[in-house]
Design a protein around this ligand. Structure first.
Ligand SMILES: NC(=O)c1ccc[n+]([C@@H]2O[C@H](COP(=O)([O-])OP(=O)(O)OC[C@H]3O[C@@H](n4cnc5c(N)ncnc54)[C@H](O)[C@@H]3O)[C@@H](O)[C@H]2O)c1
Length: 390
């Protein structure tokens, strides 16, 4: 694994857990974790359960003992590490968004397509697909329970940078993060809604805004927490969006609206998706992630209404290995489910999803949103190249 902070900890927990919960055709050994600071990465290795540590990610790529490289660093290093790892025959799990630019994402998807021919697997970490209620939404749509999809309404809202004194962490720097709320949390709702509906976004009309344009330089940061340097003078330019709002058309005919913001005061990690079809509606709210709301318009009118399904039964996706019905699960379980599917795909020689090609398509949507906001006009999403569309 490369990176040991927020996602490093979330992925480590999942790697530690996956073989204990699921009966898999392969066993995971947590061999080596990489970070840039020797003392901190040594501490992280012990805390998170890794056998060894290194400050050079190339050691992971070169080691004969390693089969899988898990990339949990900011977007500016995804492309170089992933391409080197795939070329060395390592299976790669890479955090989202796949890259900082379409060009990098294209290179990564091309490398993954090439590696796939040699049996090497690559997957992007859009973990919310693996919240059981979300997986179940996709099944409902695929089974035709919603009929024809007319509307998709998706928001992903946070508030951790409302304070203008919150420092200029890497997530607020374009060269490190690629974009702001758009690529960080907007990417999740783009992937989630395309996954659930089986439809792809074809064009967008967007506005973006950077409400606070300068911030104090950070003294230190980890995950979504950070401290300013305490002197209050040194300031730096915010080079990403604080919020992105867009309307979109999907290729199956649906109209969609998306809102991603880090300025939604009071909203901590509020991801909510509603899908309206000709036969029904589904609603998912991450703050109540064990539940799925379903309105079934085919029922007799006297019985119609929203049903709250508690997604904890053994026959719900991923749930048979957890607890008895009604014993709820949380955020971290989505990562365990992600590792389960990834390990199973590697061990059985099948393609895990979302592939790098899927993640490239999300990157093309992000790019269309950015261009639309700049041009103040409707913008088509560029098609991915055929050679990476596997
Ligand atoms: N799936 C999700 O829900 C989710 C949530 C948060 C972040 N992410 C994604 O995960 C990735 C990491 O985000 P995070 O929140 O864990 O960030 P973070 O700041 O908490 O951690 C980043 C880690 O990467 C290390 N690092 C940075 N550059 C490095 C390099 N060149 N070589 C080695 N290590 C390096 C840092 O030392 C740190 O350990 C990003 O792509 C982000 O978009 C995904």
């Amino acid at each position: 694994m490369v990176g040991y902070a927020f996602m490093g900890a979330a992925h480590s927990q999942a790697w530690r857990t996956v073989n204990r919960v699921y009966d898999l055709p392969a066993r995971v050994r947590m061999a080596l974790i990489c970070g840039r600071d020797e003392l901190k990465v040594a501490d992280a290795a012990g805390r998170l359960g890794w056998e060894g540590h290194t400050t050079d990610w190339r050691r992971l790529v070169e080691s004969d003992e390693i089969d899988v490289v898990d990339i949990c660093t900011p977007g500016d290093s995804h492309c170089e590490i992933a391409i080197a790892a795939l070329a060395a025959g390592k299976h790669v799990l890479c955090e989202k968004p796949l890259a900082n630019t379409v060009e990098e994402a294209r290179q990564m998807a091309t490398a993954a397509a090439r590696a796939r021919a040699a049996g090497t697997r690559a997957m992007c970490g859009f973990n919310y697909r693996r919240v059981p209620a979300v997986t179940m939404m996709r099944q409902f749509v695929a089974d035709g329970r919603l009929g024809e999809i007319r509307h998709v309404r998706a928001v992903y809202l946070q508030d951790w940078i409302v304070d203008p004194q919150f420092p200029l962490v890497w997530r607020l720097q374009k060269d490190k993060a690629g974009s702001g709320a758009l690529g960080d949390i907007g990417a999740h709702i783009i992937d989630l809604t395309q996954y659930v509906t089986g439809q792809r976004i074809t064009g967008v009309s967007a506005v973006t805004e950077t409400f606070v344009k300068e911030r104090p330089l950070p003294a230190g940061s980890s995950g979504l927490a950070a401290q300013a340097d305490g002197h209050g003078q040194a300031m730096g330019q915010v080079t990403v969006d604080d919020a992105a709002v867009f309307v979109a058309r999907l290729d199956g005919g649906a109209l969609a609206t998306y809102e991603a913001s880090r300025f939604a005061t009071g909203r901590k990690n509020a991801l909510r998706v509603e899908i309206n079809g000709s036969l029904g509606t589904l609603v998912f709210d991450l703050e109540r992630l064990n539940e799925l709301e379903f309105y079934d318009a085919t029922r007799p009118t006297a019985e119609q209404g929203f049903t709250r399904i508690l997604v904890t039964e053994g026959d719900h996706p991923y749930m048979s290995a957890w607890w008895p019905p009604g014993h709820i699960i949380g955020y971290e379980h989505s990562f365990t489910h992600q590792m389960r599917d990834f390990v199973e795909a590697i061990a059985t020689g099948t393609d895990p999803a979302p592939s790098f090609a899927d993640a490239l398509q999300v990157q093309l949507v992000l790019d269309a949103v950015t261009r639309s906001a700049e041009l103040a006009s409707w913008t088509e999403v560029e098609p991915a190249l055929a050679e990476v569309a596997a």
